[in-house]
Design a protein around this ligand. Structure first.
Ligand code: BES
Ligand code: ZN
Length: 871
C-alpha cells in the first residue's frame, strides 16, 4: 500500500464512468449515510482500487463483474482509509478482471461546520433555528461526501438520489426525475448528469422559496433564498437570464443543462461556487435589496453571477486538466464576467474598473514570493492557496492583454472553436494557446509562455534622447531590487493624441525607436503614453521630461481615464520600490483633484491610505499636513456629490460618494464627522430615512467609530444594535468592516473578540480585520493569543490566510518581521506557508520604504506647500 502514499495524483488503473449516489442527510443529528455504485473501467491488471475519501467511515465495499450475464463478486481483503493522503485503498486477494465492473461502497459521515465537503449551515424560520445541508466540493472536498476519483480530469456522469424530510426542498445539479413521498421522508431522484468533474457535484437540502424565469430557448432559471428574502433574488435572476443568452452567442454553444438554479447559502466560505446547474452563493453575492443594498452591492451581484455562469462553459463544459491550470478557469471567468457586465450595464464603465483587478495582480506579482500563473501542485493541501490574485487577476489581465493584441473578433472565433473541441473533456493552457494560434496566425504560445510560466512582470523604462525613444525592460519588484525575468511585451504607445499610435513587440532587453517611425518629432509631441488603455500587464517608468509632460496632460485633461489611472498607479508602485520620491508622488496626486472618473479617484483614495500609513511610520511630524492635503484633494468631489443621491445620477457617482465620504471620515475631517453624526442619529430613529441611503452608510459608521472610546461608547453600541437587528447580510458586513477603524485600542480589542463570538458567522469575521493603524499592535497580540482557536475554526483555506495577511502586512519594521517569523516558526502549515512569506515580505518592503522616506530632504517643505495650497 505504501506505493500509493504521498502521491499528487491517483493511479489510473481503474477509471470511473458513472456514479450512482444515494445520500441520506440527518439534519438534526448532523450526520449522513450514503451508498454508491460506480461503473468502473479496469484498464490494467491490479489487485488494488485506489480512490479519494476523507473523514468518512466505510462500512462495506465490493466489486462485481457481469460479463455475459454471469455475475462475479469480489470482496476486498482489506479496506484502508489513509487520512493524511485522503485516499481509500481496497486490496483484493486476486487480480481483478480487465473490463467494466461495478464498485459498491456503503459509508457514513458527519455534516461538518467547516463550510466544505457536506456541511451544515444555519438559519431561522419563524423564529426557530434550523440546519440546512449544503455541499462545497471545490477544490478537493467531494471526497468528504462520498468516495470518488476526486480529480478534475476524472470526469463521469452522476445519478443522484436523496432521502430527505418531506417538507424540505432538495436540489442537485439536474432536474428531479422522480419524487416519492413516504410519510415524513421522501426519496428524490434526479436525472443523470452529463459527463462532469467531481468538484462540480452539488446538493442542497433545506427550506427555501424561489423566483423563476426562463431564457428564450427554454432554460428554466431559478433563484432560491430563505423565506422572506425571495424578492431580493429578482435582480440576479434577470442578470442570469440575460447572461446565459449572451454566453450562448459568445461561446457559440448553448448552455448544456435543462435548468439553472442559483441559491443563497447563509454560511459560505467563498463568494460563490459554479456547481453545474446549481450555483451556490453567499447572500451578499446573490441578493439585492432595493431599499438597503448599495450600488456597490448591486455591481457585486452582477459580476459574481456573470463570473459563475461563465464557468458553466469555461470550467464545467471544458475543464482544466489539473489544478496547475486553475488560472484557465478563474482568470478566464473573471475576464469574461467583465465582458458580460459591460454588455448588460454599459453605464458602469466596467472595463475601466477592470484596472482594479490588474493592479491587485501587479501588486501581488511584484513580490519575490509570488508564483507563476501555471503553478506546480504536488499535494491537495496546496490547492486552496492558489485561488489568489495571480490566478484570478493576473490571469484575467494577461487574457485581456492577449485579446487586445489579437483583436476581439479572432479571439472570440478561436475561443468558440476551443470550447467546441474540448467540450465534455479537459484542457491545458497550451491547448488554449494552440486554438488561438490557429485562429489568429500569431505565435500565441511563444508570446504567452513568458507570462504564464514565469512569475513577475516587467517595468519598461522609456527615455527620450536625440529624437529617439529608448525602451528597456527589467523585472519589477516592489522591494526595489530587480529580478532577472524577461518577457515578450506587447508595447503600445500614443504621442500627443490617441490617433497617433504605434504597436510593437519588445522581445529583447532593450530597443530603440526613431521618431520618424512614429511620424512625429519628440519636441513636437505634447506627451507620450505607453501601455495605452492599460491593457498590458506591465509597468512603465518615464524619464523626467516625459513624466512632466504627462503630468501636464493630466492637468489639461488630455488623457483617458484608464491612462490617468495607469500613470498614477505606476508612480505609486515606483515610489514604494524607492525609485520615485514621495515628494514627486504627492505632487502627481495633486494633479488629480478635479478627477471625474470613479475608478481613478477610487485608486487615488486607496493610494492615499497607504501613503498616510507609511508616512505616519516614517515622518509622524508631517502627518497632519499630509492629511490636510488629502482632505483638500477629496473635498472637491465631496462637495460636488454631497450626502444624498441627485435625481437620475449615475451608478458610478453613487459608488464614488460612499468612497469619498469614507476617506474624509477616516482622515478625521470635522465637517464630515459632524454631518455623519447628524445623519446617523436620524437613521437610528428610522432605518428608512432618506438622510442616510445605503451608499453612504459605511462612511457614517466609520465616522461614528472615530469618536468612540472607553468613556464614549454610544456610537459603538448603536452600531452593534443595528448589526443585531438587521437580517440583511450586506448591512452586517458593512458594519463589521467599519468597527475596527476605531483609533482606541481597547475598543479595537473588543471588536476583534466580537468577531470570534457566536454573533458573527465564521464566513464574515474576515471583514472585521481591517484595523486602523493605531490598532495594529493590538491585532497582532490578539492573533497570537487566538491563533489556535482561529486555526481550528478555519482549518485551511483562503479565509484563514486572510487573518495572517490582514494582521501582519501593515507592519513596517524589520524587528516586527522577525517577531512574526518566530511566532509562526513552530506553527508552520502548508496551507498558510505562501501567504505568510508574502506578508513578511511586505513588512520588509514597508520597512525599507520608511527608511527612504526618512531620508527625503525636501519632503517637509513640499508637504507644507501642498497642505496650504489655495485652489
Ligand atoms: N470557483 C470559485 C469558488 C471557489 C473559490 C471554490 C475558492 C473553491 C475555492 C468561484 O468561481 C469564484 O471564483 N468565486 C469568487 C467570486 C468571483 C466573482 C471572483 C469568490 O468566491 O470570491
Ligand atoms: Zn471562479
Amino acid at each position: 500500500m505504501e506505493q500509493f502514499r504521498r502521491q499528487a495524483r491517483l493511479p489510473k488503473f481503474a477509471v470511473p464512468k458513472r456514479y450512482d449516489i444515494r445520500l441520506k442527510p440527518d439534519l438534526a443529528a448532523c450526520k449522513f449515510g450514503g451508498s454508491l455504485d460506480i461503473d468502473l473501467d479496469i484498464v490494467a491488471d491490479t489487485r488494488f482500487i485506489v480512490l479519494n475519501a476523507a473523514e468518512l467511515s466505510i462500512d462495506n465495499a465490493s466489486v462485481s463483474f457481469s460479463p455475459r450475464g454471469s455475475s462475479k463478486l469480489f470482496r476486498p481483503s482489506k479496506i484502508e482509509l489513509i487520512q493524511e493522503d485522503e485516499i481509500l485503498v481496497l486490496e483484493f486477494g486476486e487480480i481483478l478482471p480487465i473490463g467494466v465492473g461495478v464498485l459498491a461502497i456503503w459509508f457514513e459521515g458527519i455534516l461538518n461546520d467547516k463550510m466544505k465537503g457536506f456541511y451544515r449551515s444555519t438559519y431561522e424560520h419563524n423564529g426557530e433555528k434550523k440546519n440546512m445541508a449544503v455541499t462545497q466540493f471545490e477544490p478537493a472536498d467531494a471526497r468528504r461526501c462520498f468516495p470518488c476519483w476526486d480529480e478534475p480530469a476524472c470526469k463521469a456522469t452522476f445519478k443522484i438520489t436523496l432521502e430527505v424530510p418531506s417538507e424540505l426542498v432538495a436540489l442537485s445539479n439536474m432536474p428531479v426525475s422522480e419524487e416519492k413521498v413516504d410519510g415524513p421522508l421522501k426519496t428524490v431522484s434526479y436525472q443523470e448528469s452529463p459527463i462532469m468533474s467531481t468538484y462540480l457535484v452539488a446538493v442542497v437540502v433545506g427550506l427555501f422559496d424561489y423566483v423563476e424565469d426562463h431564457t428564450s430557448d427554454g432554460v428554466k432559471v431559478r433563484v432560491y433564498s430563505q423565506f422572506g428574502k425571495v424578492n431580493q433574488g429578482k435582480f440576479a435572476l434577470d442578470v442570469a437570464v440575460r447572461t446565459l443568452e449572451l454566453y450562448k452567442e459568445y461561446f457559440a454553444v448553448p448552455y448544456s443543462l435543462p435548468k439553472l438554479d442559483m441559491i443563497a447559502i447563509p454560511d459560505f466560505a467563498a463568494g460563490a461556487m459554479e456547481n453545474y446547474g446549481l450555483v451556490t452563493y453567499r447572500e451578499t453575492a446573490l441578493l439585492y435589496d432595493n431599499q438597503h443594498s448599495a450600488a456597490a452591492n448591486k455591481q457585486r451581484v452582477a459580476t459574481v453571477v456573470a463570473h459563475e455562469l461563465a464557468h458553466q462553459w469555461f470550467g464545467n463544459l471544458v475543464t482544466m486538466e489539473w489544478w496547475t491550470h486553475l488560472w484557465l478557469n478563474e482568470g478566464f471567468a473573471t475576464w469574461v464576467s467583465y465582458l458580460a457586465t459591460d454588455s448588460l450595464f454599459p453605464e458602469w464603465k466596467i472595463w475601466t474598473q477592470f484596472l482594479d483587478e490588474s493592479t491587485e495582480g501587479l501588486r501581488l506579482d511584484g513580490l519575490e514570493e509570488s508564483h507563476p500563473i501555471e503553478v506546480d501542485i504536488n499535494h491537495a493541501g496546496e490547492i486552496d492557496e492558489i485561488f489568489d490574485a495571480i490566478s484570478y487577476r493576473k490571469g484575467a489581465s494577461v487574457i485581456r492583454m492577449l485579446q487586445s493584441y489579437l483583436g476581439a473578433e479572432p479571439f472570440q472565433r478561436s475561443l468558440a472553436s476551443y470550447i467546441k473541441k474540448y467540450a465534455c473533456s479537459n484542457a491545458k493552457t497550451e491547448d488554449l494557446w494552440a486554438a488561438l494560434e490557429e485562429g489568429s496566425g500569431e505565435p500565441v504560445n511563444k508570446l504567452m509562455n513568458s507570462w504564464t510560466k514565469q512569475k513577475g512582470y516587467p517595468v519598461v523604462s522609456v527615455k527620450a534622447r536625440d529624437n529617439k525613444l529608448e525602451f528597456e525592460q527589467s523585472q519589477f519588484l516592489s522591494s526595489g531590487s530587480s529580478g532577472d525575468g524577461q518577457w515578450i511585451v506587447p508595447i503600445t504607445l500614443c504621442c500627443g493624441s490617441y490617433d497617433k499610435r504605434k504597436n510593437f513587440l519588445l522581445q529583447t532587453k532593450s530597443e530603440t525607436l526613431t521618431m520618424e517611425s512614429l511620424g512625429c518629432p519628440i519636441d513636437a509631441c505634447s506627451w507620450i503614453k505607453l501601455n495605452v488603455d492599460q491593457t498590458g500587464f506591465y509597468r512603465v517608468k518615464y524619464d523626467e521630461e516625459l513624466a512632466a509632460k504627462l503630468r501636464h496632460a493630466i492637468e489639461n485633461k488630455h488623457l483617458t481615464a484608464t491612462d490617468r489611472f495607469g500613470i498614477l498607479d505606476d508612480s505609486f508602485a515606483l515610489c514604494m520600490a524607492r525609485q520615485l520620491s514621495l515628494t514627486s508622488l504627492l505632487a502627481l496626486m495633486g494633479a488629480y483633484r478635479e478627477e471625474p472618473d470613479y475608478t481613478v479617484l477610487s485608486n487615488l483614495i486607496s493610494i492615499s491610505y497607504k501613503v498616510g500609513k507609511i508616512a505616519a511610520d516614517a515622518r509622524p511630524e508631517l502627518i497632519d499636513n499630509i492629511k490636510q492635503f488629502f482632505i483638500n484633494l477629496f473635498q472637491y468631489s465631496a462637495e460636488k456629490l454631497g450626502w444624498e443621491p441627485k435625481k437620475g445620477e449615475s451608478h458610478l457617482d453613487a459608488m464614488l460618494r460612499g468612497e469619498i465620504l469614507i476617506a474624509l471620515a477616516e482622515l478625521g475631517d470635522e465637517q464630515t464627522l459632524d454631518e455623519a453624526t447628524r445623519r446617523f442619529n436620524a437613521f437610528l430613529d428610522d432605518r428608512n430615512t432618506p438622510l442616510l441611503p445605503p451608499d453612504t452608510r459605511k462612511a457614517a459608521y466609520i465616522a461614528m467609530m472615530q469618536k468612540v472610546n472607553t468613556t464614549n461608547r454610544s456610537g459603538f453600541e448603536s452600531l452593534l444594535r443595528v448589526y443585531r437587528e438587521t437580517d440583511l447580510s450586506q448591512e452586517k458586513t458593512r458594519i463589521l468592516s467599519a468597527l475596527a477603524s476605531c483609533p482606541d485600542e481597547v475598543i479595537v480589542l473588543e471588536v476583534l473578540n466580537f468577531l470570534l463570538s457566536s454573533e458573527v458567522r465564521s464566513q464574515d469575521a474576515v471583514f472585521g480585520l481591517y484595523v486602523c493603524r493605531e490598532g495594529r499592535e493590538t491585532a497582532w497580540k490578539w492573533l497570537k493569543e487566538n491563533w489556535d482557536l482561529i486555526f481550528q475554526t478555519y482549518g485551511s483555506g483562503f479565509l484563514l490566510t486572510r487573518f495572517v495577511s490582514a494582521v501582519v502586512s501593515p507592519f513596517a519594521s524589520l524587528e516586527k518581521a522577525k517577531e512574526v517569523e518566530e511566532f509562526f516558526a513552530t506553527r508552520a502549515k502548508p496551507s498558510i506557508a505562501r501567504t505568510l512569506k508574502q506578508s513578511i515580505e511586505r513588512v520588509h518592503i514597508n520597512a525599507r520604504w520608511v527608511q527612504s522616506i526618512q531620508n527625503e530632504k525636501d519632503l517637509a517643505e513640499a508637504v507644507k506647500e501642498l497642505a496650504y495650497r489655495k485652489y
